[in-house]
Design a protein. Structure first.
Length: 192
């Protein structure tokens, strides 16, 4: 049996350089941009991103010719990580797999907020990312529902909106966010 193919995985693979040194710089720039966008939002300095990655500004522009290209690449990489996370947890018990994936989804929401300021929700990248995210996470939710562990009267999109709403709130720290998310997910559990 072959692993499913996701549009975002193909986008990420097509953008990533093949040479090892170029791929290393590309990955460092994505990590630095993700961090900078989380801290400073869409207005994060490109010079700061290059400095954080340990490369020159020319290397940044060689990999990401425009700010938009950088936003799209960071966003696609984040969603691709969500797809991979869904595959990694798929063998766990249904509820455990779902909550592990949702915890990763909550972390991804930080980057999405910053990138959303700069990109149109209806862009081709957003559409491919949304399709990939639903195709990867949706089956985890359906499996938890079939196992009688998640509410049968809830849709996956509603679950994502609930988690997104929670992550949009300011918390004292990650532990508090995790606790509030856990409390909310108790309401998603099927009554026994």
């Amino acid at each position: 049996m072959t692993a499913p193919s996701f549009p975002v995985t193909e986008i990420v693979a097509s953008r990533r350089p093949h040479r090892k040194d170029a791929a290393r710089n590309y990955d460092a720039l994505l990590a630095a941009a993700r961090e900078a966008f989380a801290e400073h939002g869409a207005d994060a300095s490109l010079e700061d991103i290059a400095r954080r990655a340990g490369v020159g500004i020319g290397t940044l522009y060689r990999n990401f010719p425009t700010r938009r290209h950088l936003f799209e690449s960071v966003y696609a990489d984040e969603v691709n990580q969500l797809v991979l996370a869904a595959q990694e947890v798929a063998d766990r018990e249904p509820w455990e797999a779902l909550t592990a994936w949702l915890d990763r989804f909550a972390g991804y929401m930080v980057t999405k907020r910053a990138v959303r300021e700069a990109l149109n929700d209806e862009s081709e990248i957003f559409a491919a990312c949304r399709e990939s995210m639903y195709a990867a996470g949706g089956p985890l939710f359906e499996r938890a529902q079939k196992a009688g562990q998640a509410r049968p009267d809830m849709h996956f999109v509603e679950l994502l909106r609930m988690v997104a709403g929670i992550t949009a709130t300011a918390f004292d720290d990650d532990a508090q966010r995790a606790r509030v998310l856990s409390i909310a997910l108790d309401g998603v559990r099927a009554s026994r």
